[in-house]
Design a protein around this ligand. Structure first.
Ligand SMILES: NC(=O)c1ccc[n+]([C@@H]2O[C@H](COP(=O)([O-])OP(=O)(O)OC[C@H]3O[C@@H](n4cnc5c(N)ncnc54)[C@H](OP(=O)(O)O)[C@@H]3O)[C@@H](O)[C@H]2O)c1
Length: 159
C-alpha cells in the first residue's frame, strides 16, 4: 500500500492561515479531488474542521488524541495514531492512501511515506502553518505537471 502525501504550498511553503487555506484555486481543488477520489484520506483533526464535513467518495480518517469527541457524520473513522490508520487501510486492501494534512501531520509523516504530490502555487502567502522541508537526501522529483495557477511536483523516494 502506497502512502502518499498530497499538499498545496505557496512559494514560501505556507499551507494554512487561521485554520484555512489562504487562497482559493478551483483548479487546484479539482486536481486534489481527481487524485484522491476513491481512496482513504487521512487528516489531522484541525484539517477536518477546516472542511467542516467529510470529503465525498473517499473514506475520511481523522487522527486525534481525543477520539471520544465525535462529529455528527457517521461515515468518519477516528484513530489516535497514524500507524493504526495505516494498519487499518492495509488490512482493508487499499492500493494507496492519501495523507492530506495539515501541518502537524505532514511534519510527522514527510519522511515516513512513499510519494509526495505537491502543488506549488505561483505566489507567496501569509499564514501560520507551513509545509516541512522536502529533504533532497530523501526525495527526488519524478515528474512535474504545469498548470496555469500552479505546478505539481511528483516526488519519489531516492533509492
Ligand atoms: N494547503 C494544503 O494543502 C493544506 C492541507 C491541509 C491542511 N491545511 C491547513 O493546515 C492547517 C491545519 O494544520 P494543523 O497543523 O493546525 O493541524 P492538523 O495537522 O490538521 O491537525 C492537528 C491535530 O491532529 C491531531 N494529531 C496530530 N498529530 C497526532 C498524533 N501523533 N497522534 C494523535 N493525534 C494527532 C491532534 O488532534 P486533537 O487535538 O483532536 O488531539 C492535533 O491537534 C489549516 O490552516 C488547514 O487549512 C492546508
Amino acid at each position: 500500500m502506497k502512502k502518499i502525501i498530497i499538499a498545496a504550498i505557496a512559494q514560501n511553503y505556507v499551507i494554512g492561515s487561521q485554520g484555512t487555506i489562504p487562497w482559493h484555486s478551483k483548479e487546484e481543488f479539482k486536481h486534489f479531488r481527481l487524485t484522491t477520489t476513491g481512496y482513504p484520506v487521512i487528516m489531522g483533526r484541525n484539517t477536518f474542521e477546516s472542511f467542516g464535513k467529510p470529503l465525498k467518495n473517499r473514506l475520511n480518517i481523522i487522527i486525534t488524541r481525543r477520539p471520544e469527541n465525535k462529529y455528527k457524520f457517521d461515515e468518519l473513522m477516528y484513530f489516535t495514531d497514524i500507524k493504526s490508520a495505516y494498519n487499518y487501510c492495509e488490512s482493508a486492501n487499499y492500493e494507496k492512501i492519501f495523507i492530506i494534512g495539515g501541518g502537524e501531520i505532514y511534519k510527522s509523516e514527510i519522511n515516513n511515506c512513499d510519494e509526495l504530490i505537491i502543488s506549488v502555487m505561483k505566489f507567496e502567502a501569509e499564514g501560520d502553518t507551513r509545509f516541512p522541508e522536502i529533504s533532497k537526501d530523501v526525495w527526488e522529483i519524478a515528474a512535474i505537471k504545469e498548470t496555469a495557477e500552479f505546478e505539481v511536483y511528483y516526488y519519489s523516494r531516492k533509492n
